[in-house]
Structure formats: structure tokens, C-alpha cells
Design a protein around this ligand. Structure first.
Ligand code: C5P
Length: 417
């Protein structure tokens, strides 16, 4: 489990009976080579003492007491900022229903929630809930969990088991060894994209016809989300601009939701000059209705309705043609016929002035929009392409990034000399 060597883990303990398992959790983390610091909520002290956690972690434990932040250090550092910066992972274990609720609305009424809010846009946050089964299943807690997931936080557990309040159900914190295994998996990739800013577009766009109808396509967003996730796993600063999809935001990814191609273009343009790499994975509608036809539903009895279409901006083409601050630019090309896959994709690559185009045949079984897997042909030039064989989209994304990075670095070296 060498992935944990020298990793810095900040554990936030809140007031649940499962807090008695945290000394064991810290012991395993340290055995694996991780450094651990602990922050406690007021109530957590009723379940496990700061002294025990301090002895096992080897660091002073930070806690609130009557609204004051208490530790034994005398420097004047800003605790809620510094601790978040220090951590490679913030792990809330055990996390009570109260902590989830406060986190979901961004409260900062104690040190732990202040650390999380300050760190959430940049750091991995994992949460191991622990509570009574009815509290866990309540609509309120479920809603809070889905809000936290949508902000890129990881929810680990809970699991089923005997409850301290009697009975059996879903609400127990997962075991320390499971938490350590999940953490180890989080750190399995080299941080070879640290310092790189990457923007990914994903999903379809919707182009309004009237208040009820739109033009769109079947894109699920899964490929773009996987690329965003893989980039974040390798330490990149990721902005994901997504059309309407039903997917959770990957951890540590900054997501901007849009509906139409015009909106996607606008959001891309706002920060494209700050990006090092751009991946256009979105299935952008090429056309949109020329006018929004009606504030009301178009009458279904009408015999003839004329829908005039106008061209949408080609988002990636505008990026490919940028004169200054142009990011390394990668496009996707969904094709339905194998014979034309490479040639059509190469034409697009040239027209749009891309560094790479990734061609996939969406007509193949288990390929394309709604599937979990894919295979890709990377078209670098007219007669140079590479094949990434069928695999899960997240694995395909990692392979793709491993192919892109050396070329991106080579190109930036030339630009800087
Ligand atoms: O739709 P097409 O096959 O031309 O898409 C090729 C590439 O161009 C994709 O990367 C897609 O995200 C991008 N594209 C775009 N704006 C459009 C159409 C396509 O950025 N209006």
C-alpha cells in the first residue's frame, strides 16, 4: 500500500460513537507511512479524548472550546487556511448528520467546517458518515449528501450493521481498514499534472425551440467527466464545463454547468487564456434554432412549422486558431463508419488546427455515448495514429493523458525557448 508514503491526512472527527475507532485508523495510516493531524468538533471530545489522538498522531490536536480554537502552539498562523493547505486529503471520520448538514450549506461555525470550506475548491475531501439509520435515511440527510457529492466530495459508506441505539441498519461508519484502502486508491496515480491547468468540455448542449422543446443529442458526458477525473487524480487544476447531464462532479474538479452552445462558448472564452490544455469532449450542437419560436408551447395542431437553423460557434476551432496563449488543444470526433474514421477525423483536426484528435466509432457495440467503456484512435497526423484498446472510460482517460503529457511538455518547452 505504498501509495500512502508521506501523504498528509487531516482527519476531522465529529461526535459519533464511531470516534472510538479513530485511534486505530490513525495507527494504520501511520504504519503505511502517512502523516496524520486531527481536528475535533466540540462533541467529538465526549467520545474520544484529544490526548489519545495526540499521542497516536504525534501532533497536537486542534479543537474548539467555547467557540475558541485551542491548541498548544504559540505561533500566529491562520489555522483554518494553513491546515487545509497542509493536507493532501481531508477526511471527515466519523461524520455526523449535523456535520453533513453544516457542510452542505457552507457554514463555518467551527474550525473543522472553516477548514473544509477554505479547502474545498482545491483539496480532496472524503467523508465517512456515521449515524442512526433513520437519520441517515431521512430526506434531509440524503439531500445533504447529494449536495456534497455534487461539489466533488467523496462519500465512503456508511455500512450496515448493529446500531448502538438498537436494531440493525445502514448507518455505521465503514471500518478503519476500509477507509485506509479507499484512501490508498485515491493516491495511486503519480502527480504528474501538478501545476497544469486543464479545461474539459463535456456532455451535450441543448438548443431551445420553444419553452418545452430543444435540439440536442445523446451524449452522456461520461468520457469528458472521466478525463476531468483522471486529470484531477494526477494533480491538475481542472475546470469542467458541462452541458446538461446526470453525473456527479468528480472530486477536486471545478464544474460550470451550461445549457446551450452559446453559453458553453461564453464560459470557455472567460478563462481559456489561463489554460495549459483544452479538451473538447462535448457534443456541441452544430446548429440552433434561429429564433426562439414561442414563449408558449408550439400548438401541436399546426400543420406546418418552419424551423430555421443557424450555425453555432465552433468552440474548439476558435481555440485552435488563437494567436496568443493558445492551450494545447485536443478534440474528439465521433464517427459511425470505420472506413472514414481516421480520414474524417484528420480533416477535422486540420480544419480546427488541433494538436490531436481522438476518434471513436460510436456505432461499435459498447462504445459511444452512454457506455461505461470506449476505445480510441489518436490521430496525430495524416499517417500517424495510435490505438487505445477498449477499457473503462477512466482507464482510457489515464492512458490518453499519459500520451498527451510528453507532447504537451515538448511543445511548451519549444514555445518558451
Ligand atoms: O461535431 P464535430 O465532429 O465537428 O466535433 C469535433 C470536435 O469539435 C469536438 O472536440 C467538439 O467538442 C468540438 N466542437 C466544438 N464546437 C462545435 C462543434 C464541435 O467545440 N460547435
Amino acid at each position: 500500500m505504498n501509495n500512502l508514503q508521506n501523504k498528509k491526512i487531516l482527519i476531522g472527527v465529529s461526535g459519533s460513537i464511531a470516534a472510538y475507532k479513530i485511534p486505530e485508523l490513525i495507527r494504520i495510516f501511520r504504519k503505511e507511512g502517512a502523516e496524520v493531524k486531527v481536528v475535533m468538533t466540540d462533541l467529538a471530545r465526549l467520545f474520544v479524548t484529544p490526548l489519545v489522538l495526540q499521542a497516536i498522531s504525534g501532533y497536537p490536536v486542534l479543537e474548539n472550546r467555547n467557540g475558541m480554537i485551542v491548541d498548544n502552539q504559540e505561533d500566529c498562523s491562520i489555522r483554518h487556511i494553513d491546515l487545509g493547505r497542509w493536507a493532501d486529503l481531508i477526511l471527515l471520520a466519523p461524520a455526523t448528520a449535523d456535520l453533513l448538514a453544516r457542510m452542505s450549506i457552507g457554514m463555518t461555525n467551527d474550525l473543522l467546517t472553516a477548514i473544509c470550506l477554505a479547502a474545498e475548491s482545491e483539496k480532496k475531501i472524503a467523508i465517512a458518515p456515521s449515524m442512526n439509520k433513520q437519520m441517515y435515511q431521512s430526506k434531509t440527510t440524503q439531500k445533504n449528501i447529494s449536495i456534497l457529492k455534487s461539489r466533488g466530495m467523496l462519500i465512503w459508506g456508511p455500512c450496515e450493521g448493529e446500531q448502538i441505539c438498537g436494531g440493525f441498519g445502514l448507518g455505521r461508519m465503514i471500518e478503519p481498514i476500509q477507509i485506509v484502502n479507499l484512501t490508498s486508491r485515491l493516491f495511486q496515480y503519480d502527480q504528474d499534472m501538478k501545476g497544469i491547468r486543464i479545461m474539459v468540455t463535456a456532455g451535450p448542449t441543448q438548443e431551445k425551440i420553444d419553452v418545452m422543446k430543444f435540439l440536442s443529442n445523446y451524449s452522456s458526458g461520461k468520457m469528458g467527466f472521466a478525463i476531468a477525473q483522471a486529470s484531477a487524480e494526477r494533480g491538475a487544476e481542472v475546470t469542467l464545463i458541462s452541458g446538461p447531464v446526470h453525473l456527479d462532479t468528480p472530486p477536486c474538479v471545478h464544474r460550470i454547468n451550461v445549457i446551450s452552445a452559446l453559453e458553453m462558448n461564453e464560459e470557455v472564452q472567460k478563462i481559456i487564456k489561463k489554460q495549459d490544455i483544452f479538451v473538447g469532449c462535448a457534443a456541441v450542437s452544430d446548429y440552433r434554432p434561429k429564433q426562439f419560436l414561442s414563449e408558449e408551447k408550439i400548438d401541436s395542431d399546426l400543420k406546418n412549422v418552419q424551423l430555421t437553423l443557424t450555425k453555432n460557434p465552433d468552440i474548439i476551432k476558435n481555440i485552435g486558431r488563437m494567436n496568443s496563449d493558445r492551450p494545447y488543444t485536443i478534440g474528439f470526433s465521433a464517427e459511425t463508419r470505420m472506413e472514414n474514421l481516421i480520414s474524417n477525423s484528420y480533416i477535422k483536426k486540420t480544419n480546427k488546427n488541433l494538436d490531436l484528435i481522438c476518434a471513436n466509432n460510436i456505432a461499435l457495440k459498447n462504445h459511444g455515448f452512454h457506455t461505461e467503456g470506449n476505445s480510441l484512435h489518436l490521430v496525430w497526423s495524416k499517417d500517424k495514429f495510435e490505438f487505445i484498446p477498449y477499457d473503462h472510460k477512466i482507464k482510457i482517460s489515464h492512458q490518453l493523458l499519459s500520451k498527451i503529457l510528453p507532447r504537451y511538455e515538448e511543445k511548451s518547452k519549444h514555445q518558451n525557448t
